[in-house]
Every structure is written in structure tokens, then in C-alpha cells.
Ligand binder design. Structure first.
Ligand SMILES: Nc1ncnc2c1ncn2[C@@H]1O[C@H](COP(=O)(O)OP(=O)(O)OP(=O)(O)O)[C@@H](O)[C@H]1O
Length: 250
């Protein structure tokens, strides 16, 4: 049963150790439903490890967390059914057409044939890809692949979608277009949990957390973070926090 909590994500002192090494060190935060939550940190800070626990893909060593109302220790399967996930590394099948990809992932997410049909038409229309629907995904520019991957990740109307560096390698204009899709999804009540290395994207989030060496060192709106660090740029906020990091990137 889903709990009645209004939080999309709630975690308290969530930790993950690999042997003696503490990759994620007692992180605590809540994410509201419909919020766009930026999850930032330098390479190796522990973002992927934390995200894997929240997605029900790995067990925490200690601490508590609920995602979409479900417990990360005992209800991993329910979490997986209620979230969407998109990463730079895992997205679409390049040698299937756009429509085939939509049908494949819609099927994986358990949509009925009727739902699949109406949602794939709607999706292709929204993205303006009617002419390309039968083309192989491999032939699309990267920015289009990312938009399609995002749309597919929310085709089953999940409560939350986790985006792991979703816009890597594309220019600021294409990123901005991608963010229009994010805002539309958030407007429909889908919670967005997004990691990024781009500080222009951090500015688009309602709140941003910044991890350093496994800990959440700052968490607030971009406006409040900039005021707190006496700067007008998120780049500078990030730099001021991350320059003290002891952990080196892999
Ligand atoms: N399975 C594992 N066994 C041992 N150490 C691990 C394992 N997975 C991650 N780590 C270590 O935990 C730390 C955090 O890694 P993680 O991938 O979560 O960081 P990240 O913030 O996502 O970095 P990036 O932005 O580079 O992906 C790193 O030092 C990494 O080497």
C-alpha cells in the first residue's frame, strides 16, 4: 500500500558503504510532489550511489527512505513500478524506429494496447516527430534522442522521474528545449529528480542540493543559495562548495 505521505521522496540519514568506504554519508532531505529537484555534486561525490538506492536498485547500508510512498528496503518492486528513469548511458534502441521504441518501452511499463496507441500518437505529435516516426532512432540528432528518451521515461505517468545527466553533450539551446518538456511534466504533477553538471540547468530547478564527499552540504533554491554564498552565479556557489572536496573523481 502506498502511504499517505505527501512527499515524493523522503530520506533520513541514508548511507551506503562499500567495505570501509562511505560513498553516501547520512543524507537527509525531502522532495515535494511536482517539485523539480536538482541533485548536484562533483564527480565521485556519491550522486549515482544515492540515486540507485532511491530507485530501488541497491540497498542502503543504513538510514531510512521512502520514494513515492514506498520503502527502499522492503518495497523496491513498487518503487520501480512508480518511477521513470532516464540516463545518458541507458536510453533507446538505436536500431528500432521511434514508434517501435515507444511501443517497446510502453509495453515494459505495462501499458495496454489501447493506452499505448493513444499515448504514442500523442507523444509523436507533441514532439513534432510525425514525419520521422518510422525512422531509426540512431539517425536522430542527440538532442532529439534525449527528448524522446525523456518522453518515453514518463509514458506510464510515473509519480517521479529520475534523470541522470539527461542532457550531456548538447548545446544550451537544445538543453533549454529539453527543459520545456521537464516543466510540462512537472506541471502535470510529475516530480523531477535530476543530476546535472550544467549550472544553467541548476538555475531551472526549484531547489538544488549539492553533495560533497558523500554529504549534502547545501540544499535550497538557486536564489537563496546565491544569496547565502554572496554571488550571482550557481557556478560560483558550486565552486565554493566543491573546492573543499577530498574525494577525487574516478
Ligand atoms: N560498487 C562500488 N564499490 C566501491 N566503490 C564504489 C562503488 N560504486 C561507487 N563507488 C565509489 O563511491 C564514490 C561515489 O561514486 P558515485 O558514482 O556515486 O559518484 P557520482 O557523484 O555519481 O560521480 P559521477 O558524477 O562521476 O558519476 C566514488 O568514490 C566511487 O568510486
Amino acid at each position: 500500500m502506498e502511504s499517505t505521505t505527501t512527499k515524493a521522496i523522503s530520506c533520513t540519514e541514508l548511507s551506503k558503504q562499500f567495505g570501509d568506504f562511505v560513498a553516501v554519508d547520512k543524507i537527509s532531505f525531502d522532495v515535494e510532489r511536482g517539485e523539480i529537484f536538482g541533485f548536484l555534486g562533483a564527480n565521485g561525490a556519491g550522486k549515482t550511489t544515492a540515486m540507485r538506492m532511491l530507485c530501488g536498485l541497491s540497498y542502503p547500508t543504513s538510514g531510512k527512505a521512502r520514494v513515492a510512498g514506498f520503502d527502499v528496503y522492503t518495497q523496491q518492486e513498487s518503487i520501480k513500478k512508480n518511477i521513470g528513469y532516464m540516463s545518458q548511458k541507458f536510453s533507446l534502441y538505436e536500431n528500432l524506429s521511434i514508434l517501435e521504441n515507444i511501443e517497446f518501452f510502453g509495453g515494459v511499463y505495462g501499458l495496454s494496447d489501447n493506452e499505448l496507441k493513444s499515448r504514442s500518437n500523442q507523444l509523436v505529435d507533441t514532439l513534432g516527430l510525425q514525419q520521422e516516426a518510422k525512422k531509426m532512432v540512431g539517425s536522430l540528432p542527440l538532442g532529439w534522442k534525449q527528448k524522446l528518451a525523456f518522453s518515453v521515461a514518463i509514458i506510464h505517468n510515473p509519480t517521479i522521474v529520475f534523470l541522470d545527466e539527461p542532457t550531456g553533450g548538447v548545446d544550451p539551446v537544445t538543453r533549454r528545449q529539453f527543459w520545456d518538456l521537464i516543466y510540462t511534466a512537472a506541471g502535470r504533477g510529475i516530480t523531477i529528480f535530476v543530476t546535472t553538471h550544467y549550472m544553467d540547468e541548476a538555475e531551472y530547478c526549484n531547489r538544488v542540493s549539492i553533495m560533497v564527499d558523500g554529504r549534502v552540504e547545501a540544499l535550497d533554491s538557486p536564489t537563496n543559495l546565491k544569496a547565502r554564498f554572496s554571488t550571482d552565479s550557481m557556478d560560483d556557489v558550486f565552486y565554493q562548495l566543491a573546492r573543499g572536496a577530498k574525494r577525487a573523481a574516478d
